[in-house]
Design a protein around this ligand. Structure first.
Ligand code: HEC
Length: 171
């Protein structure tokens, strides 16, 4: 091997390095997916495509920018107004100061009204059940619960106002 010259040596090194880099880059996601396949695979895909850029691939959020989705959405899903709040958030977005687990976030979430009802329901179910570990006897969000909130005269500020009625600490 070593006597073949620098060209062969370089190719050898690259052949080793490239798979190593690729496997380092994909290992955490691959391990998580291997360990527990998501209960809502379509929601998982949609979440990675539409939400992960701000909320992170596992929903941990970004400090001071986008809130974590690991506990509040699962709590919202246990009440009628909380379920509406989840649908309103993805349909109309949200803007303004909120607090989650006593940490403040004040940025803007865009609306995702362009996505289909079934996609939005699956995405929220991924958040509530796969990320939030809501109890399995909780009813998954339905396409009807999304469709029923479309066409309202609401914007991200109004969605934040409505949030006060369902947030654990009222803010
Ligand atoms: C551009 C960044 C961005 C993207 C993309 C994004 N969000 Fe958000 N999201 C935010 C921000 C910022 C907030 C908080 C808004 C505020 O500060 O008023 C938020 C809030 C939320 C909340 C409310 C949490 C609570 O405690 O009330 C939910 C639920 C949520 N996002 C889900 C999603 C889902 C599902 C998607 C994908 C369909 C998504 N987000 C995409 C930035 C984003």
């Amino acid at each position: 091997m070593r006597t073949r010259g620098p060209g062969a040596g370089t190719r050898g090194a690259l052949a080793w390095a490239v798979p190593a880099v690729v496997s380092l880059a994909t290992a955490p996601g691959a391990r998580a997916a291997d360990a527990v396949p998501p209960a809502y695979p379509a929601g998982f895909s949609s979440f990675q495509a539409n939400c992960a850029v701000c909320h992170g691939p596992a929903g941990a959020g970004l400090p001071a920018l986008a809130p974590p989705l690991l506990s509040y959405p699962a709590r919202y899903a246990a009440s009628v107004e909380g379920r509406r709040q989840l649908a309103l958030t993805v349909l109309y977005g949200m803007i303004g100061d909120i607090s989650v687990d006593d940490k403040h976030y004040n940025f803007q979430m865009p609306d995702f009204a362009r996505l289909e009802d079934a996609t939005l329901a699956a995405t929220l179910n991924f958040v509530v059940f796969d990320l939030g570990h809501a109890p399995a006897d909780l009813k998954p969000l339905t396409t009807g619960e999304i469709a029923g909130e479309r066409g309202l005269a609401l914007d991200g500020a109004a969605v934040r106002e409505h949030r006060k009625s369902v947030a654990p600490n009222g803010s």
